[in-house]
Design a binder for this molecule. Structure first.
Ligand SMILES: [Zn+2]
Length: 138
């Protein structure tokens, strides 16, 4: 069946290793209500950085933001792809609005793996049409 025109993303192969890395982290390390989503990102030098969200009512960071910091701590200068996977068999989760803006500002060319019937790789700009342009990140 051909994909419907309303679907976003490309037919480029997704980075399955990232999906598996995030799924493994959330399966092995998610705990209670504090860490419920894992993310994995590909660095521009080919490494994989992973992280778990830090849930807190004051606005703890999503897994995507934890991965940005974890990758920076590994010396990664740029990320080329990212995916988040939810615990309790929730599968691939799309980034929230805040994370879409942060990803666009930090890595304008990053691809985000989303689930739209099947996993797809989508340019972050496609997830944030009409985005605010942060001059500090240009
Ligand atoms: Zn988020």
């Amino acid at each position: 069946m051909a994909p419907s025109p309303s679907r976003i993303g490309s037919d480029e192969p997704i980075d399955h290793e990232l999906v598996e890395a995030a799924a493994r982290v959330v399966r092995e390390h998610a705990s209670g209500d504090e860490h419920t989503v894992a993310a994995a990102a590909r660095t521009d030098d080919g490494r994989v950085a992973t992280g778990l969200n830090v849930y807190h009512f004051t606005g703890g960071p999503c897994a995507e933001l934890v991965v940005i910091g974890a990758a920076a701590a590994q010396g990664a200068r740029a990320l080329t792809a990212i995916v988040a996977v939810g615990g309790d068999e929730r599968g691939i989760l799309p980034p929230c609005g805040r994370c879409r803006q942060v990803l666009l500002d930090y890595y304008p060319a990053i691809e985000v793996i989303v689930e739209d019937g099947r996993p797809r790789s989508v340019p972050v700009a496609d997830l944030l049409p009409g985005a605010y342009v942060n001059a500090e990140h240009q």
